[in-house]
Design a protein around this ligand. Structure first.
Ligand SMILES: Cc1cc2nc3c(=O)[nH]c(=O)nc-3n(C[C@H](O)[C@H](O)[C@H](O)COP(=O)(O)OP(=O)(O)OC[C@H]3O[C@@H](n4cnc5c(N)ncnc54)[C@H](O)[C@@H]3O)c2cc1C
Length: 281
Protein backbone atom coordinates (compact mmCIF):
# COMPACT_ATOMS: atom_id res chain seq x y z
CA UNK A 1 0.00 0.00 0.00
CA UNK A 2 1.33 3.47 -0.84
CA UNK A 3 0.95 6.40 1.56
CA UNK A 4 2.04 9.07 -0.89
CA UNK A 5 5.62 10.26 -0.69
CA UNK A 6 8.00 7.26 -0.53
CA UNK A 7 10.59 7.00 2.23
CA UNK A 8 13.97 7.77 0.72
CA UNK A 9 16.27 4.89 1.71
CA UNK A 10 19.48 6.69 0.66
CA UNK A 11 21.72 7.73 3.59
CA UNK A 12 25.22 9.10 4.01
CA UNK A 13 27.44 8.30 6.98
CA UNK A 14 28.62 11.50 8.68
CA UNK A 15 30.99 12.07 11.57
CA UNK A 16 31.31 15.18 13.74
CA UNK A 17 34.23 17.23 12.42
CA UNK A 18 34.81 18.89 15.78
CA UNK A 19 33.72 22.21 14.33
CA UNK A 20 30.68 23.89 15.97
CA UNK A 21 28.21 25.04 13.32
CA UNK A 22 27.71 28.77 13.59
CA UNK A 23 24.93 30.86 12.09
CA UNK A 24 24.67 34.66 12.05
CA UNK A 25 21.68 36.94 11.75
CA UNK A 26 21.37 40.72 11.74
CA UNK A 27 18.09 42.44 12.63
CA UNK A 28 16.78 45.74 14.00
CA UNK A 29 15.27 44.13 17.13
CA UNK A 30 16.05 40.87 18.89
CA UNK A 31 13.35 39.77 21.36
CA UNK A 32 14.43 37.21 23.95
CA UNK A 33 11.42 35.20 25.13
CA UNK A 34 8.71 34.25 22.60
CA UNK A 35 6.06 34.62 25.26
CA UNK A 36 2.88 36.69 25.30
CA UNK A 37 4.92 39.83 26.07
CA UNK A 38 7.58 38.83 23.51
CA UNK A 39 4.91 38.26 20.87
CA UNK A 40 3.33 41.67 21.50
CA UNK A 41 6.75 43.35 21.38
CA UNK A 42 7.80 41.55 18.20
CA UNK A 43 4.51 42.21 16.41
CA UNK A 44 4.37 45.91 17.28
CA UNK A 45 7.98 46.44 16.12
CA UNK A 46 7.55 44.43 12.91
CA UNK A 47 4.44 46.40 12.02
CA UNK A 48 6.43 49.62 12.47
CA UNK A 49 8.72 48.31 9.74
CA UNK A 50 11.52 46.86 11.88
CA UNK A 51 13.18 43.53 11.12
CA UNK A 52 12.67 41.30 14.15
CA UNK A 53 14.00 37.98 15.45
CA UNK A 54 12.27 36.29 18.39
CA UNK A 55 14.17 33.72 20.44
CA UNK A 56 12.97 31.12 22.92
CA UNK A 57 14.57 28.25 24.78
CA UNK A 58 11.40 26.18 24.37
CA UNK A 59 10.68 24.42 21.07
CA UNK A 60 7.39 26.36 20.83
CA UNK A 61 6.22 29.96 20.77
CA UNK A 62 3.91 31.40 23.43
CA UNK A 63 5.76 30.84 26.73
CA UNK A 64 3.62 30.12 29.78
CA UNK A 65 0.42 31.43 28.19
CA UNK A 66 0.51 28.44 25.83
CA UNK A 67 2.57 25.88 27.71
CA UNK A 68 1.38 26.03 31.31
CA UNK A 69 -1.97 24.40 30.33
CA UNK A 70 -3.88 26.83 32.49
CA UNK A 71 -5.69 28.58 29.60
CA UNK A 72 -6.87 31.53 31.67
CA UNK A 73 -6.26 35.26 31.27
CA UNK A 74 -6.69 37.11 34.54
CA UNK A 75 -5.67 40.71 34.30
CA UNK A 76 -7.27 41.85 31.05
CA UNK A 77 -10.16 43.29 33.08
CA UNK A 78 -10.10 45.51 36.13
CA UNK A 79 -11.65 44.30 39.37
CA UNK A 80 -15.41 44.39 39.82
CA UNK A 81 -18.46 42.85 38.15
CA UNK A 82 -18.60 42.77 35.19
CA UNK A 83 -15.21 44.53 35.22
CA UNK A 84 -14.06 46.70 32.33
CA UNK A 85 -11.29 45.60 30.03
CA UNK A 86 -8.23 47.86 30.24
CA UNK A 87 -5.79 45.96 28.02
CA UNK A 88 -6.10 46.69 24.30
CA UNK A 89 -3.90 46.84 21.18
CA UNK A 90 -2.64 43.39 20.20
CA UNK A 91 -5.06 41.90 22.76
CA UNK A 92 -8.03 43.04 20.58
CA UNK A 93 -6.76 40.98 17.65
CA UNK A 94 -5.98 38.02 19.84
CA UNK A 95 -9.45 37.95 21.45
CA UNK A 96 -11.16 38.50 18.05
CA UNK A 97 -9.30 35.51 16.66
CA UNK A 98 -10.10 33.30 19.66
CA UNK A 99 -13.77 34.32 19.50
CA UNK A 100 -13.95 33.57 15.77
CA UNK A 101 -12.60 30.09 16.41
CA UNK A 102 -15.02 29.63 19.31
CA UNK A 103 -11.91 29.08 21.43
CA UNK A 104 -12.53 31.37 24.38
CA UNK A 105 -15.09 31.81 27.08
CA UNK A 106 -15.71 34.85 29.34
CA UNK A 107 -16.44 34.12 32.98
CA UNK A 108 -17.95 37.04 34.85
CA UNK A 109 -16.89 36.19 38.40
CA UNK A 110 -17.51 38.04 41.66
CA UNK A 111 -14.04 39.65 41.59
CA UNK A 112 -13.42 40.32 37.91
CA UNK A 113 -13.88 38.91 34.42
CA UNK A 114 -11.52 36.16 33.35
CA UNK A 115 -11.11 34.76 29.87
CA UNK A 116 -10.62 31.01 29.50
CA UNK A 117 -9.07 30.02 26.21
CA UNK A 118 -7.91 27.04 24.24
CA UNK A 119 -4.09 27.03 24.35
CA UNK A 120 -3.73 25.37 20.94
CA UNK A 121 -5.86 28.10 19.33
CA UNK A 122 -3.76 30.76 21.07
CA UNK A 123 -0.54 29.16 19.88
CA UNK A 124 -1.92 29.11 16.28
CA UNK A 125 -2.72 32.84 16.55
CA UNK A 126 0.80 33.61 17.83
CA UNK A 127 2.50 31.53 15.11
CA UNK A 128 0.36 32.96 12.30
CA UNK A 129 0.58 36.58 13.46
CA UNK A 130 4.37 36.49 13.87
CA UNK A 131 4.76 34.76 10.51
CA UNK A 132 2.46 37.26 8.74
CA UNK A 133 4.46 40.13 10.24
CA UNK A 134 7.73 38.59 8.97
CA UNK A 135 9.21 37.97 12.44
CA UNK A 136 11.99 35.34 12.37
CA UNK A 137 11.45 32.70 15.11
CA UNK A 138 14.44 30.89 16.62
CA UNK A 139 13.11 28.25 19.00
CA UNK A 140 15.02 25.77 21.14
CA UNK A 141 17.68 28.45 21.53
CA UNK A 142 19.18 29.33 24.90
CA UNK A 143 21.14 32.46 25.66
CA UNK A 144 24.78 31.60 26.27
CA UNK A 145 26.39 35.04 26.43
CA UNK A 146 26.29 38.57 25.05
CA UNK A 147 28.70 41.04 23.52
CA UNK A 148 28.70 44.71 24.45
CA UNK A 149 30.78 47.67 23.32
CA UNK A 150 31.18 48.59 26.98
CA UNK A 151 28.05 50.71 26.88
CA UNK A 152 25.30 48.93 24.95
CA UNK A 153 24.47 45.44 23.79
CA UNK A 154 25.75 44.52 20.34
CA UNK A 155 24.82 40.85 19.97
CA UNK A 156 23.61 37.73 21.74
CA UNK A 157 25.01 34.23 21.34
CA UNK A 158 22.59 31.32 21.46
CA UNK A 159 23.03 27.57 21.72
CA UNK A 160 20.69 25.32 19.70
CA UNK A 161 20.58 21.65 18.73
CA UNK A 162 21.65 22.68 15.25
CA UNK A 163 24.66 24.77 16.19
CA UNK A 164 25.29 28.19 17.67
CA UNK A 165 23.59 31.37 16.50
CA UNK A 166 24.78 34.96 16.87
CA UNK A 167 22.17 37.69 16.50
CA UNK A 168 23.39 41.25 16.02
CA UNK A 169 20.79 43.92 16.57
CA UNK A 170 20.30 47.61 17.08
CA UNK A 171 17.86 46.96 19.96
CA UNK A 172 17.06 44.10 22.29
CA UNK A 173 13.98 43.34 24.39
CA UNK A 174 14.20 41.12 27.45
CA UNK A 175 10.87 39.25 27.60
CA UNK A 176 12.37 36.22 29.37
CA UNK A 177 10.49 37.03 32.57
CA UNK A 178 13.54 36.20 34.68
CA UNK A 179 15.78 38.97 33.35
CA UNK A 180 18.00 36.42 31.55
CA UNK A 181 19.27 38.99 29.07
CA UNK A 182 19.58 41.87 31.53
CA UNK A 183 21.61 39.64 33.86
CA UNK A 184 24.00 38.49 31.12
CA UNK A 185 24.36 42.08 29.97
CA UNK A 186 25.76 42.91 33.40
CA UNK A 187 22.81 44.90 34.75
CA UNK A 188 21.93 44.68 38.43
CA UNK A 189 19.26 42.07 39.16
CA UNK A 190 17.68 41.22 42.48
CA UNK A 191 17.11 37.74 43.89
CA UNK A 192 15.59 36.63 47.21
CA UNK A 193 17.90 36.11 50.18
CA UNK A 194 15.98 33.05 51.34
CA UNK A 195 14.64 30.01 49.51
CA UNK A 196 11.74 30.75 47.24
CA UNK A 197 8.94 28.56 45.97
CA UNK A 198 7.41 27.71 42.63
CA UNK A 199 3.94 26.25 42.16
CA UNK A 200 3.39 22.78 40.80
CA UNK A 201 0.45 22.12 38.50
CA UNK A 202 -1.24 18.74 38.28
CA UNK A 203 -3.54 17.91 35.36
CA UNK A 204 -6.46 15.58 36.05
CA UNK A 205 -8.04 14.00 33.00
CA UNK A 206 -11.23 12.03 32.46
CA UNK A 207 -13.41 14.08 34.83
CA UNK A 208 -17.13 13.49 34.93
CA UNK A 209 -18.23 16.88 33.62
CA UNK A 210 -21.88 16.18 34.54
CA UNK A 211 -21.01 16.07 38.25
CA UNK A 212 -20.69 19.20 40.38
CA UNK A 213 -16.94 19.90 40.83
CA UNK A 214 -15.59 20.07 44.38
CA UNK A 215 -15.70 23.59 45.82
CA UNK A 216 -12.48 25.50 46.37
CA UNK A 217 -12.55 24.92 50.15
CA UNK A 218 -12.95 21.15 49.56
CA UNK A 219 -9.73 21.04 47.54
CA UNK A 220 -7.96 23.08 50.20
CA UNK A 221 -9.18 20.81 52.99
CA UNK A 222 -8.08 17.77 51.05
CA UNK A 223 -4.58 19.18 50.52
CA UNK A 224 -4.37 20.31 54.15
CA UNK A 225 -5.19 16.76 55.27
CA UNK A 226 -2.55 15.16 53.09
CA UNK A 227 0.16 17.81 52.79
CA UNK A 228 2.42 16.62 55.60
CA UNK A 229 2.29 12.97 54.43
CA UNK A 230 3.53 13.98 50.99
CA UNK A 231 6.10 16.60 51.89
CA UNK A 232 4.15 19.52 50.45
CA UNK A 233 5.38 22.90 51.56
CA UNK A 234 2.37 25.05 50.75
CA UNK A 235 -1.01 23.86 51.89
CA UNK A 236 -4.29 24.62 50.21
CA UNK A 237 -5.18 24.18 46.56
CA UNK A 238 -6.77 25.96 43.66
CA UNK A 239 -8.57 24.15 40.82
CA UNK A 240 -9.21 25.44 37.31
CA UNK A 241 -12.08 23.90 35.30
CA UNK A 242 -12.71 24.59 31.65
CA UNK A 243 -16.09 24.34 29.94
CA UNK A 244 -14.75 22.35 26.97
CA UNK A 245 -12.37 19.97 28.73
CA UNK A 246 -12.91 16.86 30.80
CA UNK A 247 -9.76 17.83 32.68
CA UNK A 248 -8.94 20.16 35.55
CA UNK A 249 -5.65 21.82 36.41
CA UNK A 250 -4.82 21.90 40.08
CA UNK A 251 -2.39 24.36 41.52
CA UNK A 252 -1.73 22.19 44.51
CA UNK A 253 1.50 23.08 46.17
CA UNK A 254 4.66 25.07 46.19
CA UNK A 255 8.07 23.43 46.03
CA UNK A 256 11.45 24.95 46.65
CA UNK A 257 12.84 26.44 43.43
CA UNK A 258 16.55 25.89 43.02
CA UNK A 259 18.78 27.90 40.75
CA UNK A 260 21.07 24.89 40.41
CA UNK A 261 20.20 23.01 37.17
CA UNK A 262 20.52 19.52 38.63
CA UNK A 263 18.55 20.28 41.81
CA UNK A 264 15.93 22.22 39.84
CA UNK A 265 15.30 19.28 37.48
CA UNK A 266 15.17 16.79 40.33
CA UNK A 267 12.70 18.94 42.29
CA UNK A 268 10.41 19.26 39.26
CA UNK A 269 10.02 15.45 39.15
CA UNK A 270 9.62 15.09 42.92
CA UNK A 271 6.99 17.82 43.03
CA UNK A 272 4.83 16.01 40.48
CA UNK A 273 4.99 12.76 42.46
CA UNK A 274 4.14 14.52 45.75
CA UNK A 275 1.28 16.60 44.38
CA UNK A 276 -0.35 13.75 42.50
CA UNK A 277 0.02 11.48 45.52
CA UNK A 278 -1.72 13.93 47.82
CA UNK A 279 -4.73 14.22 45.51
CA UNK A 280 -5.30 10.61 44.48
CA UNK A 281 -4.32 8.86 47.72
C1 LIG B 1 1.08 27.52 36.40
C2 LIG B 1 0.83 28.95 36.03
C3 LIG B 1 -0.43 29.44 36.09
C4 LIG B 1 -0.69 30.76 35.74
N1 LIG B 1 -1.98 31.19 35.74
C5 LIG B 1 -2.28 32.41 35.24
C6 LIG B 1 -3.61 32.82 35.08
O1 LIG B 1 -4.55 32.12 35.40
N2 LIG B 1 -3.83 34.03 34.56
C7 LIG B 1 -2.87 34.85 34.20
O2 LIG B 1 -3.16 35.91 33.71
N3 LIG B 1 -1.58 34.49 34.38
C8 LIG B 1 -1.26 33.29 34.87
N4 LIG B 1 0.03 32.90 35.02
C9 LIG B 1 1.06 33.83 34.78
C10 LIG B 1 1.23 34.05 33.30
O3 LIG B 1 1.34 32.79 32.65
C11 LIG B 1 2.43 34.82 33.12
O4 LIG B 1 2.45 35.98 33.91
C12 LIG B 1 2.58 35.29 31.68
O5 LIG B 1 2.21 34.29 30.74
C13 LIG B 1 4.03 35.62 31.56
O6 LIG B 1 4.27 36.01 30.27
P1 LIG B 1 5.66 36.63 29.90
O7 LIG B 1 5.49 37.08 28.50
O8 LIG B 1 6.08 37.65 30.88
O9 LIG B 1 6.72 35.46 30.08
P2 LIG B 1 6.73 33.86 29.93
O10 LIG B 1 5.45 33.34 29.38
O11 LIG B 1 7.24 33.31 31.20
O12 LIG B 1 7.80 33.66 28.81
C14 LIG B 1 9.19 33.83 28.98
C15 LIG B 1 9.85 33.05 27.87
O13 LIG B 1 11.24 33.34 27.91
C16 LIG B 1 11.93 32.16 27.63
N5 LIG B 1 13.27 32.24 28.23
C17 LIG B 1 13.56 32.43 29.55
N6 LIG B 1 14.89 32.43 29.73
C18 LIG B 1 15.44 32.24 28.51
C19 LIG B 1 16.79 32.13 28.05
N7 LIG B 1 17.82 32.24 28.90
N8 LIG B 1 17.01 31.91 26.72
C20 LIG B 1 15.97 31.80 25.86
N9 LIG B 1 14.66 31.90 26.25
C21 LIG B 1 14.41 32.12 27.55
C22 LIG B 1 11.09 31.05 28.26
O14 LIG B 1 11.31 29.80 27.63
C23 LIG B 1 9.68 31.56 28.06
O15 LIG B 1 9.02 31.02 26.94
C24 LIG B 1 0.34 31.60 35.37
C25 LIG B 1 1.63 31.08 35.31
C26 LIG B 1 1.87 29.76 35.63
C27 LIG B 1 3.26 29.20 35.58
Amino acid sequence: MSYGRPINPATTVVRHSGEILHHELEVDLCVVGASISGTATGLEAARLGKSVAIVDSLPTLGGQAVNSIIGTFCGLYRNGTPGHRFTFGIVDEMLDDLEKRDACYYRYGPMTTVVHYNEIALSRWIETSLDDAGVVPITGAILRDVETDGRSLQSVNLVTRYGDVTIRAESFADCSRDAALAYLAGLECREPDEAFYGSQQVVFEGLNTEAEPPARYEWSERIDDKAADYGLLCQGGLAFYFPWKDAAVLNTTHVETHLDPIEASKMGQIARIRSTGAIIS
